[in-house]
Write a protein that binds this ligand. Structure first.
Ligand code: HEC
Length: 268
């Protein structure tokens, strides 16, 4: 309940702030936003996810404002994203899965910064029902970021060390993608957490945790028996194909440390 209350207060502040926004300061940014971003991020398709092709811009703001509370860092983060869609810096992994990653937009850095400032402080259009959607569906996922005190309980994860066995080194090239994932042993086939790296990053140690959940109610901490695996994708696709290299370990619990040596070739 406490989390929910903090979330509601934050939302109220958020929605009040945007209605008192300073209009002139953000005018140029607003125009640029309308020409370059609104076609995908605008609110005309409402909250019907079947009709939307990207999250509403007010939702994007909501996902960035907790991590980048001051205007400078916010503008850097958003304009950085427009310049280069680096998935490892995404604040909206769920959106990437739902809509696919944003395509590159080529606009001058200055324009991207003006747009970012407008998203930070301007009067954003927000589709009807967004507030409700957030309260209903994201309350669990967004709350840890809002209520700093609660972060600890949610960041415990599985520490995974991944390496590639010597005998398979010749079969992988340094830029091949490596998907490191956790799935429930019995439960939905969809991963509970995924991290994407490249072969040249190996060996590497990463942590899979609740923050990487694709759906707010499908989290690592909700399952007592988990399998963890790593797969080098020859095709760059998240689905296993012939010739991919992989290894998987079963019966892992949140809090465990595992080592995975990729030593098997996928044969389907
Ligand atoms: C062709 C459609 C399209 C256009 C145009 C577009 N975006 Fe996006 N954007 C997306 C989609 C789809 C996502 C959700 C997936 C993702 O996060 O990459 C997204 C996500 C984002 C995110 C969140 C990224 C993350 O994952 O943390 C930001 C920030 C963003 N857009 C900013 C902008 C800005 C600013 C503009 C205008 C300069 C813009 N977008 C134009 C489709 C678009």
């Amino acid at each position: 309940m406490k989390i929910l209350r903090i979330l509601l207060v934050t939302l109220t502040i958020f929605f009040t702030q945007i209605s008192f926004a300073d209009k002139d300061k953000y005018e140029a940014g607003e125009k640029l936003y309308k020409t370059n971003c609104a076609v995908c991020h605008g609110s005309s398709s409402g909250m019907d996810l079947k009709k939307r092709i990207a999250p509403p811009i007010a939702a994007v703001r909501m996902h960035y404002i907790n991590t980048f509370p001051d205007e400078d860092s916010f503008v850097q983060a958003i304009s950085g994203w427009v310049e280069n869609q680096d998935e490892s810096k995404s604040m909206m992994r769920g959106a990437i899965r739902k809509f696919n990653i944003m395509p590159p937009i080529s606009i001058p850095k200055e324009d991207a910064m003006k747009i970012a400032a407008y998203i930070y402080g301007g009067n954003l259009d927000s589709p009807k029902g967004l507030k409700k959607h957030v309260e209903e569906e994201h309350s669990k996922a967004v709350a840890p970021a809002v209520a700093n005190n609660d972060i600890k309980s949610n960041t415990q994860g599985i520490t995974v060390s991944i390496s590639l066995s010597d005998k398979l080194k010749s079969q992988a090239s340094s830029t091949d993608l490596v998907f490191i994932y956790a799935k429930a042993m019995s439960g939905p086939p969809m991963p509970l957490a995924v991290v994407k790296k490249q072969v040249k990053d190996l060996p590497i140690e990463i942590v899979l945790n609740d923050e990487m959940a694709m759906m707010p109610n499908l989290k690592l901490s909700g399952f007592s028996e988990i399998k963890v695996g790593a797969r080098i994708s020859k095709s760059g696709q998240p689905i296993a194909r012939n010739g991919d290299l992989f290894s998987e370990k079963a019966s892992i619990k949140v809090g465990d440390k595992v080592s995975i040596e990729i030593d098997t070739v996928v044969v389907k």
